[in-house]
Write a protein that binds this ligand. Structure first.
Ligand code: SAH
Ligand code: SF4
Ligand code: F3S
Length: 471
């Protein structure tokens, strides 16, 4: 091993779990002498951290590999070795094919095997190609090094904490149960340890992540499985952690302690991503979602009865095999009834190995495009109304960093809306009330509400006002 730092470029696609995994890969390779670089061309090691969820996502791998072939050849001309790793869900699903199709790739490594990266890379440097997509690990994060204080500080005041990985739900359209394996929950003690380390190094907001995060059932200190709500009650006791979020939830796994946590904990943000996929019971059944549209509405009601200001976001798929105009109308009706603060919507994409891929596709591309546009128009109008409603109000903002415009600091509201104010950098890491004056695209623009402002009205007081020291 050389002593000069080697440059690592890592490019992530897909979900939050991949963002988190990328950080863990960086932490794993730091003791090997790697430092991150933003530029693939001068890197000694390039990792593509891939996503397999839709065809478009997984096709990106091959176009990226085309570019890397040229960069690697160029490096070789200058007598430099560049190694290329494919990680993530495409690696897991199509590892053999990648090795066969793409000679530029030195290592293929699945999401459960990142702790083996140093050994796999040692092979690659000896000219051997390596594939590791085993599914052996109960708590893969137990094998990975904890981030160093400097790394935590460099990543800012908001951090992801993995609590659960994998999915046992087997929605018929979805690759996740195959790429991430069975649901595994991390023990409560490890999550507390991670969160305390983050808090000690300046983190103020944590987002608990998992493919099916509210299916969490990790072992508690009492030896019993704890639910997500119980875990959140415990994490809210950690000094310094002012905001807690979690993602992504499944409507079937919303248990009462989670609802209680929303009722009782001001730290738990009133912003819930709760994918429904469709508003039609026929389509929900064909998707194996195991809930109806009415079940979903009831779950939303349970949240809202605990805390009336909770805002929801969702995911939708249009054009699932068999979706009729009436089924799609049911989806629009559900969206109208719930009223979302935002949502992602996708055209159905058949994925190899999933049960839905066996079904005859019945919705033409033109009809899918048309339905997607109608759905997105409706969701966009709801999102715009939601954001507009903040103008004129005083909202709590957790300040994160200096903005692009000199003198401006940007933070986020409880609903993850970016909010900009003119202020000094010492407000970073604090939660302060902001008087919102205008909306520019998706960003709120305002001024710090000072003591000279009129007192908050009672409706505004339903939003907890936390300060940097008062969490
Ligand atoms: N665990 C999360 C979803 C992960 S995938 C959950 O259960 O909600 C993120 C979103 O991608 C899904 O909610 C779904 O809307 C979309 N998606 C997944 N598979 C898809 C497919 N085959 N075609 C189109 N969209 C898909
Ligand atoms: Fe995929 Fe369904 Fe599991 Fe979500 S719940 S990850 S959509 S199988
Ligand atoms: Fe994609 Fe894998 Fe996440 S398929 S959405 S990166 S779990």
């Amino acid at each position: 091993m050389t002593t000069a730092p080697r440059k690592l470029h890592i490019k992530s696609f897909g979900c939050q779990m991949n963002v988190y995994d990328a950080q863990r890969m960086v932490d794993t390779l730091a003791p090997e002498g790697f430092v991150e670089t933003a530029n693939a061309d001068d890197a000694d090691l390039v990792i593509l951290n891939t996503c397999h969820i839709r065809e478009k996502a997984s096709e990106k791998v091959y176009s990226e590999l085309g570019k890397l072939r040229l960069a690697k050849a160029e490096a070789a001309q200058h007598g430099k070795q560049m190694n290329v790793v494919v990680a993530g869900c495409v690696a897991q699903a199509e590892g053999d094919e990648i090795i066969r199709r793409a000679p530029v790739v030195d290592v293929v490594v699945g999401p459960q095997s990142y702790h083996n990266l140093p050994q796999l890379l040692a092979k690659a440097r000896d000219g051997e190609r390596a594939l590791d997509t085993d599914f052996p690990v109960e708590d893969k994060f137990g094998f990975l090094p904890a981030p160093k204080p400097a790394a935590i500080r460099a990543r800012g005041i908001s951090a992801f904490v993995t609590v659960q990985e994998g999915c046992d739900k087997f929605c018929t359209f979805c690759v996740v149960p195959y790429t991430r394996g069975a649901e595994v929950s991390r023990p409560v003690a490890k999550i507390i340890e991670d969160t305390e380390r983050l808090a000690d190094n300046g983190v103020r907001e944590i987002t608990l992540i998992g493919q099916n995060v509210n299916g969490y059932h990790g072992e508690g200190p009492d030896g019993r499985p704890w639910a997500l709500g119980q875990l959140i009650f415990r994490l809210a006791e950690i000094p310094g952690i002012a905001r807690i979020r979690y993602s992504t939830s499944h409507p079937r796994d919303v248990e009462d302690t989670l609802i209680a946590a929303h009722r009782d904990l001001p730290q738990l943000m009133p912003f819930v991503h709760l994918p429904v996929q469709s508003g039609s019971d026929r389509i929900l059944a064909a998707m194996n979602r195991k809930h109806t549209a009415a079940d979903y509405r009831r779950v939303i009601e349970r949240f809202r009865s605990a805390r009336q200001d909770i805002a929801f976001t969702s995911d939708f798929i249009v054009g699932f095999p068999g979706e009729t105009e009436q089924d799609f109308a049911d989806t629009l009706a559900l969206v109208t009834q719930i009223g979302y603060a935002g949502a992602y919507s996708f055209k159905y994409s058949p994925r190899p190995g999933t049960p839905a891929a066996e079904l005859q596709e019945t919705v033409s591309q033109a009809d899918m495009d048309e339905r997607l546009t109608r759905l997105q128009t409706l969701i966009d109008s709801q999102q715009a109304a939601f954001n507009k409603a903040a103008v004129g109000k005083t909202v709590d903002v957790l300040f994160e960093r200096a903005a692009r415009n000199p003198g401006q600091i940007v933070g986020r509201t409880a609903f993850l809306q970016p909010a900009h104010v003119m202020a000094s950098e010492d407000i970073i890491g604090k939660i302060l009330p902001v008087q919102v004056e205008s909306l520019e695209r998706y960003s709120l623009i305002g001024t710090l509400a000072t003591a000279t402002h009129p007192p908050l009205s009672s409706s505004e007081l339903s939003q907890p006002v936390l300060t940097a020291t008062g969490a």
